[in-house]
Ligand binder design. Sequence first.
Ligand SMILES: *Cc1c(COP(=O)(O)O)cnc(C)c1O
Length: 478
Amino acid sequence: MEEFNVSDALRAIPSVNEVLDCPEVIYLIERLGRNLVLDSVKLILSDHRTHISNNKQFAAEMQYNDRIFVLEYIVEKLKRKIIEQQESGLKRVINATGIILHTNLGRAPLPDKAVKKMCEVSGGYSNLEFDIESGSRGSRHSHIESLICNITGAESAMIVNNNAAAVYLCLNTIAANKQVVVSRGQQIEIGGGFRIPDIIAQSGAKMVEVGTTNKTRITDYLKAVTDETKAFLKVHTSNYKIVGFTEEVLLHDLVMLGKEKGIIVMEDLGSGCLFDLSKIGLPYEPTVQDSIRYGADIVTFSGDKLLGGPQAGIIAGRRDLISRIKENPISRMVRCDKNTIAAMTAVLYLYMDPDKVVDVIPAIKMMSCNVGDLLECAAELEKMIQSNIGCKIETEIIDDTDEVGGGSLPGVVLSGKAIALSVSGIDANQLQFRLRKSQIPVICRINRDRVLINVRTIDKNDYPTVVEALGKALELSI
Ligand SMILES: *Cc1c(COP(=O)(O)O)cnc(C)c1O
């Protein structure tokens, strides 16, 4: 190859207009608009110029002084850049981790009915805050209130952006500048560095800590009561467990003491279970129904943990308290949009038929899968992998330990099944990376130098997508 000449290479770079006049680029402009394409063309040309000046080797490898070749090269780069831009941002991924309520992957997948309802409502206008009977202003809480009351037995209910907001809003309404009593064993961090004591402090309530990490007794609460005490807050330690020499005050006892002293009892349930998980062989998890039955004045919980719905916080309990909470100006700052309310309404409808819950709420269905079912799933997917790309990949079905995730049911290990993959010449980290970079990313874990495709959290309809992603990952040059 002849000696590389920077000025020849720079001279061969097309002008912006030359690029814009190419038929393929005209097509891009028609689809995406001139401004977006123009910005990308300018960026690519300037990158190319820098590259030539800095990296002679790169330029020497191509026909750097052939104008037509360089133009084609630039157009190709432009197309790739635009595709990349369109594919970045929020998108669907396949969860092959076996962690059901994976917070980083969006927690609970919604039931089909909820997705349909959301499309139906959100694509147009709705009665979000409009009372159809009277033709006047309505409340966005009304759509979920009767459902929650019906399912849980609560007098009243409302919905906000998430459970952290629910806790904050309740405490701000009932205990700002007053005292709220909390056990030292329940001062938890809820994830991402956010802690219950910080949320309490932000609400304006003064936290009074009682008991010790492992033991708190009803007498501790009793001794803490002053004229300033407005609430007892019980936090369900849904994301960790203290075992051994422990004692926690039962909600029922706290309710009795609250009644005697005129103090509001609030329970932050966190995981928000509306369905008795012991019915599907999991350890019993306190339900919202139980908290209401035991007499909690207010219960708060998440919409997208064990409930299996959209991100939301639900507040259920005494009518007089919930009316006050609805009137707090902060409720406006933490309100939900129509998408969430549409999806939540549809999910709650499904709970009206408890016998069907396991089949229709995906998160609960995934929790209910037993090892036998999972082995069948793994065998089916393994067969598809083998018949498509079996010559390039080694597979083995292995036992795996799945989790509910999302800070729910800590310490509960679900027996699962995964397909362990190994490919000669591609190490596990590289394969994991390539699967993550697929058009529909496949997110998976690694164990002992093998990539694990865990089947519990993969919808059967996505098996072909997983196989395709694997095929593409192996095709890439090494
Ligand atoms: C998860 C959790 C929260 C926070 O709920 P988000 O819906 O994630 O805001 C609060 N309290 C408890 C006990 C939790 O487990």
